[in-house]
Design a protein around this ligand. Structure first.
Ligand SMILES: NC(=O)c1ccc[n+]([C@@H]2O[C@H](COP(=O)([O-])OP(=O)(O)OC[C@H]3O[C@@H](n4cnc5c(N)ncnc54)[C@H](O)[C@@H]3O)[C@@H](O)[C@H]2O)c1
Length: 388
């Protein structure tokens, strides 16, 4: 392990879209970190990534990376179905662990990882990067300070053009490895529902576009244990959008994660917008411009989330403080996703304790009698479906 004063040395397992496009560019501004190794079973991608980002050690086999004593921290950036196998091996090798969302494809796998991590002195953090979005953090502070009063409703949108692009990974089109908008995309907002409000999801319903049989365009409604109601839309086959509106009795906040002036605080009940709100909107936008220009050179608010999560992880490792996004958080979001998938395939609301423990992947299928019949048949459906 690196000395406390030295740079933390990270090795990436998986050199795909998230590693090349989002994490590695962030490390150019992280003086506390050094990317020293990368592993990918696709050797041409491995070499391309290592050459582009100047990574000295490259391994086609991730086990060799785990055996490298110079690696302090392992980042698991693989298709979700492979997360837990590699994460368990990384902990066994004595490494700190960063693991991309969704944590796993089954609750059984999540529990296996939680159990192993509890016996390890190393830090483990899950990569829900939106928790480090400047405007999301501001919104959370305002909610905690009571600016919205008692919360009533949340409405969110998370959409991409993923399936319409040529580099959309094959696994993202399939449910079993953890793809589909409800799982791979929705899990970000399922985490934010909890992160922003402190409440847990109690019941969820999901419906997908009739063309998809449950995959790339979905609508979700939910009730939190505080009584708060939520509705979200997720899609991988339209334009890019990442927005949330949180409404309370004293006010509402709208957050647009991809806009520099993306936070609107609405307090006056009975104001119907139009020209009435124009002066305040204009002055807020003008005031946001200088900060936006400064942040644009760092990639803007959204891209800065990746840099911020690595800074936070370094802080936890160096100071032995709890991570800001734990395995338990990762498990909770998977649980909500699995319940939503079960609801979508059974066409009924699903209570969270009913989430299928064994999820999407075949490795964690239940033993006889472990689950009730209705959920088993839902999962049978899930295991069959290709999402197109
Ligand atoms: N937080 C975010 O904003 C964000 C964004 C995109 C993806 N993700 C998550 O990151 C993870 C990876 O997604 P991606 O889009 O980069 O996928 P990807 O398919 O682009 O990359 C995965 C890489 O893993 C490699 N790989 C597969 N099996 C391997 C093995 N056994 N050993 C070594 N390498 C192997 C593949 O060759 C590929 O290069 C997923 O969990 C995804 O949900 C997170």
């Amino acid at each position: 392990m690196a000395k406390p004063s030295a740079r933390l040395r990270v090795g990436f397992v998986g050199c795909g879209r998230v590693t090349q496009g989002l994490h590695l560019p962030a490390f150019r501004r992280l003086a506390d970190w050094q990317v020293i190794a990368a592993a990918d079973s696709d050797e041409s991608r491995l070499n391309l990534t290592a050459n582009r980002f100047g990574i000295p050690h490259r391994y086609p086999d991730y086990q060799t990376l785990l055996a490298d004593p110079n690696v302090d921290v392992v980042a698991v950036c693989l298709p979700p179905q492979l997360h837990v196998e590699v994460a368990l091996a990384a902990l066994e090798a004595g490494k700190h662990l960063f693991i991309e969302k969704p944590l796993a494809v089954s609750l059984g796998e999540c529990d296996q990882l939680l159990e192993r991590a509890a016996r390890s002195p190393r830090k483990v953090m899950v990569g829900f990067n939106l928790r480090w979005h400047r405007l999301i953090r501001r919104t959370r502070e305002m909610i905690q300070a009571g600016a919205l009063g008692e919360l009533e409703l949340i409405r969110t949108t998370f959409t991409t053009g993923g399936t319409l692009q040529t580099d959309f990974p094959e696994w993202s089109s399939w449910r079993t490895p953890g793809g589909g908008a409800l799982f791979d995309l929705g899990v970000h907002h399922f985490d934010l529902w909890r992160y922003l409000t402190g409440a847990e999801v109690q019941e969820i319903s999901a419906m997908s576009h009739s063309r998809d049989a449950g995959g790339q365009s979905v609508v979700v409604t939910a009730r939190m244990d505080s009584g708060l109601l939520v509705t979200s839309i997720f899609s991988n086959q339209t334009t890019d959008s990442n927005e949330l509106e949180i409404s309370g009795r004293k006010g509402s906040i709208r957050v647009f994660c991809y806009r520099f002036d993306g936070l609107e605080f609405i307090t006056a009940p009975g104001s119907f917008g139009g020209l009435q709100r124009l002066p305040s909107k204009l002055s807020a936008t003008l005031m946001a411009i200088p900060g936006a220009i400064a942040r644009a050179s760092l990639g803007g608010d959204f891209h800065s989330t990746y840099e911020a999560e690595w800074r936070a992880f370094a802080h936890s490792i160096r100071n032995d403080t709890p991570v800001e996004c734990s395995l338990e958080d990762g498990r909770r979001a998977v649980e909500v996703s699995l319940a939503a998938l079960a609801s979508e395939s059974q066409s009924r609301p699903v209570q969270i304790p009913e989430s299928p423990r064994y999820g999407l992947g075949t490795p964690a299928l239940p033993s006889a009698g472990e689950v009730s019949e209705p959920i088993q048949s839902a999962t049978d459906l899930l295991l069959r479906g290709k999402v197109v």
